[in-house]
Design a protein around this ligand. Structure first.
Ligand code: ZN
Length: 433
């Protein structure tokens, strides 16, 4: 009788038990970012490979990037899981409001003093836990963090072409060999499209559709390469981006914003980065803060913020680097300082709540569910998901695994140990009888 009771108890335990922390194999992770891939770019183009990914993996309807919706700040939030006010990479350009230094985006990519502000990116945290990592053109990968470099880093040349399909495939081949021949655990791979075409031609131009088809073919190539390198069962892949894109509104459709019409910039501001898409930053001269704020508040089609009065949801107010005034234009309006010199037909940098600023999230591999569409989430939650996939202890971060872990296989299930215990007990019962 006692044995039978034990059997019942064991059976109950085996049904209710949480999954054993059986030393699951650590799979590898490839994070790919296609810069400026708006969430709906695949909906008006034939994209057989992206469509297949929906069946073979997971898709979020869209994801929301952090404010400000721009390349370096957003990528660094993805790779650190920190809001922009914490990681302090507040702009694509490195700047100093005191010296008026301004360094263009590509030149900032190796400037550790711009990137290294305390929060550690995933590469470094993973390396400190014994993993091997690489950054292939990914923003932030070229800097040192507390003196530590990423194990392997490739940086784009200043004149690197963004749209060379042959090179895109070569880059995938390189990354695959890093995984299969050199046992890298984490590689982050960056492509400068469709951002480039989106800016130059606008999101509605046929060339944008063409580049999405090129991206789709590249994803097909990636999937073949994974099979060729026998990584199907050991490599997880996340495909995402940093922000969306919207059509820039021009005359005569709208009255374009020229800020100098509302205030004398030279007299009232000691530092400014304007003429940079959908938002601008400026430092008023001493004692002129209210005057600048009031003048800008009168300008139509934009919202002016004092840094300390930012909405909580921006997660920017704590930043020491951001100047005291940030101006965000209404969707599609560009901020011009004195003249309209801006030639872009598409742009970003607008409020992250605008649908045109939302971006993509796709994933597949051994640890991801199949044929699963998830609710939208903030891109900051990708970080804890990546740590979970790599089985590493995350650094302090602002993300939440509960927002993304439903993408993964798992959940309560029968486990192996109690079942085998059951068999042993059954055997024991027969022996004793
Ligand atoms: Zn851009």
């Amino acid at each position: 009788m006692r044995f039978e009771l034990l059997l019942v108890v064991t059976a109950v335990i085996s049904i209710t038990a949480k999954p054993q922390s059986k030393a699951a194999q650590r799979n590898k992770l490839l994070l790919i970012s296609f810069d400026g891939f708006r969430w709906d770019y695949d909906q008006d183009v034939d994209t057989p490979n992206l469509d297949q990914l929906v069946l073979d993996g997971v898709k979020a309807k869209y994801i929301t990037p952090p404010m400000l919706t721009m390349t370096s700040p957003s990528h660094f939030t993805t790779i650190t899981g920190r809001w922009v006010e914490d990681h302090e990479v507040v702009h694509n350009m490195m700047f100093d409001t005191k010296t008026n230094l301004k360094v263009p985006h590509k030149k900032t990519l190796t400037r550790s003093e711009w990137w290294d502000n305390g929060p550690l990116p995933l590469w470094i945290t993973a390396q400190n836990q014994g993993l091997k990592t690489a950054s292939f053109f990914f923003p932030g990968g070229g800097a040192n963090y507390s003196g530590q470099a990423v194990n392997r880093v490739l940086l784009e040349d200043f004149n690197h072409p963004d749209d060379n399909e042959t090179e895109w495939r070569e880059n995938i081949d390189k990354v695959m060999s890093w995984f299969s021949e050199e046992d890298f655990h984490l590689v982050t791979l960056y492509y400068g499209e469709p951002d480039n075409v989106g800016h130059a031609k606008g999101p509605d131009h046929p060339d944008r559709k063409k580049i999405i088809m090129q991206i789709d073919r590249t994803i097909g190539y990636l999937r073949e390469a994974i099979v060729r390198h026998q990584l199907t069962d050991t490599l997880n892949v996340i495909i995402t981006s940093d922000h969306g894109m919207t059509t820039v509104k021009k005359r005569p459709q709208v009255d374009e914003i020229i800020l100098n019409k509302y205030l004398n910039l030279l007299k009232l501001a000691s530092f400014e980065i304007l003429d940079y898409g959908g938002f601008g930053i400026l430092t008023p001269r001493p004692g002129k803060e209210q005057e600048v704020f009031d003048a800008l508040s009168k300008a139509p089609n934009l919202t002016v913020w004092k840094k300390e009065e930012f909405p909580e949801s921006f997660h920017l107010a704590k930043s020491k680097r951001l100047p005291p005034i940030v101006v965000v234009a209404d969707l599609g309006f560009n901020l011009n300082s004195r003249f309209i010199v801006y030639v872009n037909k598409g742009d970003h940098g607008y409020h992250s709540g605008e649908m045109d600023m939302k971006t993509i999230f796709r994933a597949f591999g051994p640890d991801f569910k199949k044929n699963f569409i998830s609710d939208p989430f903030d891109s900051i939650h990708i970080y804890p998901l990546m740590c979970k996939l790599l089985q590493i202890e995350p650094a302090p971060h602002n993300g939440s695994l509960s927002a993304t872990e439903n993408l993964l296989n798992g959940g309560p299930q029968m486990t192996c140990l109690p079942v085998s215990l059951l068999l042993v007990l059954l055997l024991l019962r027969f022996t004793l009888l």
